[in-house]
Design a protein around this ligand. Sequence first.
Ligand SMILES: Nc1ncnc2c1ncn2[C@@H]1O[C@H](COP(=O)(O)OP(=O)(O)OP(=O)(O)O)[C@@H](O)[C@H]1O
Ligand SMILES: [Mg+2]
Length: 353
Amino acid sequence: MTRGGLILAVESSCDETGIAIVEDGRRIHSNVVASQVAMHAAAGGIVPEVAARAHLRWIVPVLDEAWAAAGVTWADVSAVAVTNGPGLAGSLLVGINFAKTLAYVHAKPLIPVNHLEGHLYAAWLVDEAREVPEPLFPLVALIVSGGHTFLIEMRDHLQYRLLGETVDDAAGEAFDKVGRLLGLPYPGGPEIMRAAAGATRHDVAFPRAWLGDSFDFSFSGLKTAARRTIAAETGGQGTSAGETPLADDRVAELAYGFQESVVDVLVAKTIRAARVAGARSVVLGGGVAANRVLRDRLAAAAQNAGLPLVVPRPGLCTDNGAMIAAAGARRMEAGVRAGLDLDAKPSLPLARR
Ligand SMILES: Nc1ncnc2c1ncn2[C@@H]1O[C@H](COP(=O)(O)OP(=O)(O)OP(=O)(O)O)[C@@H](O)[C@H]1O
Ligand SMILES: [Mg+2]
């Protein structure tokens, strides 16, 4: 067990309390997630204090369930991994202090993990449902989540070079904001995907921000274009989550047009970056990677370019503990350890250009 045997990992950076037990950074013994999505839906977004309190409420039951599902003992566990950033300070603190206590009382090493590194390493998790190849280096990874959108080049494990990132909104944030403008419930990402699938007309053309040869992204212009179109069509009457004067058909068409703009740019830039970097594989991760259109379109483009695409199943794209264990295993192998003074780093970066 070169990658440290069994790792127990804790994820609490945002609005999901996740605890997983994973072997060798790849085989999932248990992966339990308590999502606060329904709770935050009423507010139309995440309220940080409410999120931190919910983590406090749920972290022990989530551990109990993960433990019961894995059927292992502490003697089998070689380390405790935990997300120490980026994320919401209060939410991160709950997971960090919980993980610290577990590591201390069971005399296990504590491994700090960058949440975004977790989204990347979800690609190494074995999926029982289908054959997933291990990503080959060098690789280019597109990480698209609620708070981040970037392209990374990896020439080996734990080595990251930033190729491009969003200069304004993250892709997930754009989905959530436009979802809200369309009167769809929070979070907008899965709702827009569902609405767009029902569109019968496909002629809404929203702008695409190519930003020249750059591998950076921008979604604020698209969001503004969507807001203007919706305002014009509703006569300036505002929409709120769950309510809009637009007809369902029109919501579907606008959702389709928006999703096409986002997916087009994400796919084109990722494939071009992979070519420029001489990549041998492409990885897709982060919550927006749960989007079926993005997955299918990137898979087709990668196949055209002769590159294997590795994308975790949707449940492993959104926040979970297994992805933190996967990254934690590599970090453990590399000798990374944290002391009991480990603190939350809300803006922890992953890579530089
Ligand atoms: N099917 C989907 N289509 C598009 N977007 C989706 C889909 N499913 C989830 N998302 C989006 O993914 C985002 C959540 O992803 P994730 O949980 O990785 O984000 P986060 O953890 O809040 O942010 P970060 O990882 O940047 O800290 C939300 O913006 C949500 O709308
Ligand atoms: Mg995330």
